[in-house]
Write a new protein. Structure first.
Length: 277
């Protein structure tokens, strides 16, 4: 009921501009430290509503991304393993860690031959013969600029693809194939042979340089999706490898991977808006 209290009009009058409607409510008059303590007991959906009440509440919630609000929420929704290992080492704030969790692999939108580990970010492919298996994230993007990291924690096998897919792209098929990029609903980079794949065709090699180094297990690849320019690009370490795909459709696109090697594991962590330069 806190958000309702914050929106209550003052006695005898109906609010005015500049958050006046919230000014008369008892919740509005609480000191920022007290609001922060109360907010620390709320879930993400409730926090979103509270942030719309008035400028003060919005400032308390979003002014410090390492506040007790986000620390408490991270402790409740993230696995201990995710917080105490280096999975989220490139996500510096607790708010960012909570956001990364909500953008992680979906347990309901993946091949039946994979499962998401208890850390919430790592896909494990079961040793199923003659099958290619993939997974999409919980949330896709139709606007804005977004970055995430992907890395393999086991053998690549003959095909290991990272990229993006629409909701219509298949996440499982027979045989060992480049599933991501096998139709017009997905775009992928095969880390094994450095080929770009879309609509069942090879769209050239990537990165476009002589003797491009092959992917090494554990190496983090940063994927950058720009829905304003309709491009997909990749980085390795601090090196920008270039734009891999242009002319992406204005539809909802999801970070995705596909794998073939039994017991291999792939981790994906959403980073938020990419940093230019």
């Amino acid at each position: 009921h806190l958000a309702s209290a914050g929106r209550s009009p003052p006695p005898g009058g109906g609010g005015g501009g500049g958050g006046g409607a919230a000014a008369g409510g008892p919740g509005w008059r609480l000191p920022g430290r007290v609001l922060e303590l109360v907010f620390s007991y709320l879930e993400l959906r409730e926090l979103r509503s509270c942030a719309l009440v008035c400028k003060l509440w919005h400032r308390v919630l979003h002014g410090d991304e390492n506040s007790e609000v986000w620390r408490s929420l991270a402790a409740r929704c993230l696995a201990e393993e995710a917080l105490r290992t280096d999975i989220l080492c490139n996500v510096p704030t607790y708010k960012g860690k909570v956001r990364a969790f909500h953008h992680a692999f979906s347990t309901n939108d993946c091949s039946r031959n994979v499962y998401i580990k208890k850390n919430g970010f790592t896909l494990h492919r079961n040793p199923i013969a003659q099958s290619t298996d993939g997974a999409r994230t919980k949330i896709g993007f139709s606007e804005g600029r977004h970055a995430w990291e992907v890395w393999w924690e086991g053998p690549l096998g003959t095909v290991a693809v990272i990229g993006i897919a629409t909701k219509r792209a298949a996440m499982q098929c027979q045989g060992y194939v480049a599933l991501l990029g096998s139709d017009d609903q997905s775009w992928g980079w095969n880390l094994v042979d450095n080929n770009l794949l879309h609509n069942g065709e090879v769209n050239g090699s990537f990165p476009q340089c002589n003797n491009a180094p092959k992917y090494q297990i554990g190496e983090r690849i940063r994927v950058i999706l720009d829905m304003e320019d309709k491009t997909l690009a990749f980085e390795r370490g601090y090196e920008f490898l270039g734009v891999a795909f242009r002319g992406l459709p204005k539809v909802c696109l999801y970070p995705a991977v596909s794998a073939v090697y039994g017991n291999t594991e792939v981790t994906l962590v959403y980073l938020g808006k990419p940093l230019d330069g």
